[in-house]
Design a protein around this ligand. Structure first.
Ligand SMILES: N[C@@H](CCC(=O)N[C@@H](CS)C(=O)NCC(=O)O)C(=O)O
Length: 207
C-alpha cells in the first residue's frame, strides 16, 4: 500500500491528501510532529533526503519527495493531468511558479502567525508579503475570465496553487482584494473528493 508521511498543518502535505482522496487511493498515513523535530530525526532522513514532509512511499518502497513531484506522479494517466504535451507543460509551469513565488511567501508568515511570532518577526513578514502579494496579483490577473488555470478543466495545477493560497489569510494576507482568486477557490473546493486541511469532527481523517 502507498504510505504518506505528512504533518497535521502542512499545506504541502494537504495537497497530496486531496489528490489521493480524489483518485480514491488507499494509503497508510504517518503524521509527524514538526514542532518536536520529528522530520529531522535520523530515521526519517533515510526516507526524506530533504528532511521534510510530504513524502510518498510507493508500494515497492521507493520514496518520492517534493509535493509537486508527488502530484505529477500520482496524476499521470488521470483526468487531473492533461495528455496534451503543451497543456501538461503548462501544469508544470504553475507548479514551479507556486514553489518559487507563493509557497514560502505564504507558508512562513502563516507559521509565524500560528506560533505566536507575528509581532517579533513583523519585518520578516512584511518582506515576505511584498513577494507574496506580487505572486497573488499575477494569479489574480490570470484567473480573470478563466475558470481553471490550464485548459478547460480542473488539474493538479489548480489543486497545488489553491492549497497555500487558501491559507494566505492565516499569514496575515488581505485576500479581500482578490475576487478572481476567491471565486476560483470556491470552484476548487467544490471538486469531487476534495478534503479540508483539518477534517471536521466526525469526518474521516484526510482520506
Ligand atoms: N518544496 C517542498 C517543501 C516541503 C516543506 O517545506 N515541508 C515542511 C512542512 S510544509 C517541512 O517538512 N518542514 C520541516 C520542518 O519543519 O522540520 C514541497 O513542496 O514538498
Amino acid at each position: 500500500m502507498l504510505r504518506l508521511y505528512d504533518s497535521r498543518l502542512s499545506g504541502n502535505s494537504w495537497k497530496i491528501r486531496i489528490l489521493l482522496s480524489q483518485l480514491g487511493l488507499d494509503y497508510d498515513r504517518v503524521t509527524l510532529d514538526l514542532q518536536k523535530g520529528e522530520a529531522r530525526e535520523l530515521a526519517f532522513g533515510q526516507i526524506s533526503r530533504f528532511a521534510r514532509v510530504p513524502v510518498l512511499v510507493l508500494e515497492d518502497g521507493r520514496p518520492i519527495v517534493e509535493s509537486g513531484a508527488i502530484l505529477l506522479h500520482l496524476a499521470q494517466g488521470t483526468p487531473y493531468l492533461p495528455d496534451d504535451p503543451y497543456l501538461r507543460t503548462e501544469v508544470t509551469s504553475w507548479l514551479f511558479f507556486e514553489q518559487a513565488d507563493l509557497q514560502k511567501a505564504i507558508a512562513v508568515p502563516r507559521v509565524l502567525h500560528l506560533h505566536g511570532h507575528a509581532q517579533d518577526r513583523r519585518q520578516d513578514i512584511e518582506r515576505l508579503h511584498v513577494d507574496g502579494y506580487a505572486g497573488l496579483e499575477k494569479l489574480e490577473q490570470w484567473l480573470r475570465g478563466r475558470t481553471w488555470l490550464v485548459g478547460e478543466h480542473y488539474t493538479v495545477a489548480d489543486l497545488a496553487l489553491s492549497a497555500y493560497v487558501s491559507l494566505a489569510g492565516q499569514g496575515g494576507y488581505d485576500m479581500a482584494r482578490f475576487a478572481g482568486i476567491r471565486d476560483w477557490l470556491v470552484r476548487v473546493h467544490g471538486q469531487r473528493g476534495w478534503v479540508p486541511l483539518i477534517p471536521e469532527a466526525g469526518q474521516a481523517a484526510g482520506r
